[in-house]
Ligand binder design. Structure first.
Ligand SMILES: [Zn+2]
Length: 279
């Protein structure tokens, strides 16, 4: 899965970041600033894929390093998320220790989510690494508020501002104000289809999803859920990263099929069979 293909919006930012990767002008550290759940982390992971990809400076999505980043099993990618209210100083020290090891492959990317949760102690432990990372090592810090990030880290990072998504982009993410009842049902069906281990009974779903319009809305909501779960915004679904990546890909294909006027029932049946087949 090429992660950047899964990102909604932020086209200009992605273009600029990819150009920087392509020209090998990466700063030691980027600070992505923007509202929550708008895709900052996905862009960060997509850029990590581009940095680590062995075939293309824009990420191919298919080579070993690309696949490992999508499945979050890459030795070149370190993702730090706060546990509770802070990022612990032990976590920061562990990163520094990990960074002392030699880089395998094309490089190494450290993504720190909610970087404002790095307190003075943890931040200071990281400062030297952020300031002067080991060779081919890059930091991407994510935050909702630039001013809430420690000044010392902020001043050493290149700030990238993420705008809010437009209404239609939010709709594409499956977060528009669709009928609450349809949303709730679609979420429930997502769990039945993709999370439960039994092969789901297709009949009730088929009764609910009859028109092409509802089918497309369903796919959009499902894709939003898969993306949110993958990026860690949706925590009620338990699926592995590799399975989520696969599901997202199949949903995107089903969406294309429906737009290409394939039969609604058949498209859903195929999607479900394909996603359940390898459980
Ligand atoms: Zn690749």
């Amino acid at each position: 899965m090429r992660i950047l293909d899964q990102v909604i919006g932020h086209g200009k930012i992605i273009e600029r970041l990819l150009k920087t990767v392509d020209q090998d002008r990466l700063p030691p550290s980027w600070l992505f600033v923007g509202a929550k759940n708008q895709g900052k982390k996905m862009v960060a992971l997509g850029i990590a894929q581009a940095i680590l990809c062995e075939r293309s400076r824009a990420a191919c999505g298919e080579c070993g390093p690309c696949r490992r980043v999508a499945n979050r099993q890459s030795e070149g990618l370190i993702v730090i998320e706060p546990e509770g209210a802070t990022i612990k100083v032990e976590t920061a020290r562990q990163i520094v220790a990990d960074l002392s090891l030699a880089v395998l492959g094309r490089g190494r990317v450290v993504v720190i989510d909610d970087a404002e949760k790095l307190g003075a102690q943890a931040g200071n432990a990281l400062l030297k690494s952020v300031e002067e990372p080991p060779p081919r090592t890059h930091f991407i810090l994510l935050t909702t508020s630039r001013d809430a990030v420690l000044g010392t880290l902020r001043s050493r990072s290149q700030v990238v501002r993420f705008g809010s998504l437009t209404d239609s982009e939010c709709a594409t993410l499956g977060r528009e104000d669709a009928d609450d009842e349809v949303c709730a049902k679609a979420r429930e069906d997502f769990r039945t289809v993709f999370v439960s281990s039994a092969h789901p009974d297709f009949a009730p779903l088929r009764e609910r999803v009859t028109s092409r319009e509802t089918a497309l809305l369903y796919l959009r909501l499902w894709l939003g859920m898969a993306r949110d779960t993958w990026a860690g915004h949706e925590t009620t679904v338990e699926l592995s990263f590799s399975r989520l990546a696969m599901i997202a890909q199949k949903i995107v294909r089903a969406e294309r099929d429906l737009q290409g006027h394939c039969d609604v029932g058949l498209t859903f049946e195929n999607l479900i069979n394909e996603c359940c087949g390898d459980l």
